[in-house]
Design a protein around this ligand. Structure first.
Ligand SMILES: Nc1nc2c(ncn2[C@@H]2O[C@H](COP(=O)(O)OP(=O)(O)O)[C@@H](O)[C@H]2O)c(=O)[nH]1
Ligand SMILES: [Mg+2]
Length: 367
């Protein structure tokens, strides 16, 4: 899973990046266009895995991870941050983020010197608009080339290109109405055709309102309102106070708890953000456990036991016999797989079983 951080100038993207990697040293590379790209792979905290590990004490626990990318794109001065440069800022971010599965769109909700007062609605609208414009320009680039090639080919190849043209034209129509490609309904084949383009407006967005407001109720209300206004199953809105959370992370661990309480922060932003991302991406979590290791796995909702087996080990999928399944809480209550089997609460599931969030799975296989 890869999270791409986007947003306009000075919205707190890098601060959010640092909060997500818990203040740990970041790696970064400089790129040809002068951008600075921050990369991190972070473990996803999971209280259920913590409970399982505590109970069964496996020598090793492997948490699921996610990659996070943040781009500091030029221009890098405040003077250049006015609206006329917004496009180029987001465009140069997108260039480094093509492979992201989801956008973390950081929106400035705090006042800053030399910048206009925060306007979260406008910034959210503009972000969506920039994604749409970026996709539109990709399509406008592709179409004339496609036409050229069409003249030279025949048969199956031509058929394929004609289909691509048709899909691109309907995508173009949606974009020209200033609607994101998440609103385009596609067949599986059409979806495949578009995949290579990695269209920016086709990815879900978690808007992160980086607010100066430390009243959690006011922030919660604002998010709810924005969610209704930007109504889409592909969007979610969350508010964080990135600056404060970052400062707390810089404190010695024994002092962090106290400050979190002072600021009425019940769940740290890093965890809230990741949980909402998993929901937005419709990801479930399942677990495998043996005497050596507890392993946390992320899997798309509605995935089959066979797909889950393939993630764990290709042999498990190839030689799949059945999956022994039970919920993580049941496993803890039963004191482990052996006694759960004796109690008869372990279910035997076949290849097509749809994996549920919180399942612990033991794959039986033979190769
Ligand atoms: N007051 C306030 N300042 C913030 C907050 N988040 C970030 N900042 C400050 O805003 C500036 C820009 O933040 P940065 O993360 O570098 O923004 P980026 O350009 O989007 O990467 C920095 O000086 C931060 O300290 C916030 O929640 N409140
Ligand atoms: Mg930055």
């Amino acid at each position: 899973m890869e999270l791409g951080i986007i947003g306009f100038w000075h919205s707190g993207k890098t601060t959010v990046f640092n909060v997500l990697c818990k203040g740990r040293a970041e790696t970064f590379r400089h790129t040809e266009d002068g951008s600075r790209v921050h990369l991190a792979t972070v473990k996803i905290r999971d209280h259920r895995a913590e409970a399982l590990a505590e109970k069964f004490q496996p020598p090793k626990t492997t948490l699921a991870t996610t990659r996070i990318i943040d781009v500091d794109a030029p221009p890098s001065t405040l003077e250049e941050a006015d609206t006329s440069h917004h496009t180029s800022i987001l465009e140069s971010q997108l260039r480094h983020l093509a492979t992201a599965d989801v956008w973390l769109a950081v929106v400035r909700g705090f006042s800053a010197q030399d910048l206009p007062p925060p306007d979260v609605r406008k910034e959210m609208t503009n972000i969506v608009l920039e994604l749409i414009l970026s996709d539109l320009s990709k399509i406008e680039n592709r179409l004339p080339r496609l036409e050229k090639t069409l003249k030279k080919v025949a048969g199956k190849e031509k058929e394929q290109l004609l289909l691509e043209k048709k899909v691109l034209l309907s995508a173009k129509e949606v974009l020209e109405e200033q609607r994101p490609l998440t609103e385009l309904s596609l067949t599986e084949e059409e979806e495949k055709l578009l995949r290579g383009f990695q269209f920016a407006s086709q990815k879900p967005i978690l808007f992160i309102i980086n607010t100066a407001d430390d009243d959690p109720h006011a922030s919660e209300n604002l998010c709810q309102q924005l969610k209704e206004e930007f109504n889409s199953p592909s969007y979610d809105v969350i508010s964080v106070n990135a600056e404060i959370e970052k400062e707390i992370l810089e404190l010695p661990p024994e002092e962090q708890e106290e400050f979190l309480q002072d600021y009425k922060i019940e769940v740290p932003a890093s965890e809230r953000i990741i949980q909402r991302i998993l929901k937005l991406l419709k990801m479930n979590v399942f677990y495998t456990i043996n005497q050596n290791e507890l392993h946390v796995w992320l899997i798309k909702e509605n995935s089959s036991a066979l797909e889950a087996a393939g993630m764990v080990h290709s042999d498990f999928a190839r030689g799949f016999i059945r999956a022994e399944v039970l919920n993580w809480q049941e496993l803890i209550k039963a004191d482990g797989f052996a006694s759960a089997r004796r109690e008869g609460i372990v279910r035997a599931e076949g290849k097509s079983y749809s994996v549920q969030d919180g399942d612990v799975i033991n794959f039986l296989f033979s190769v």
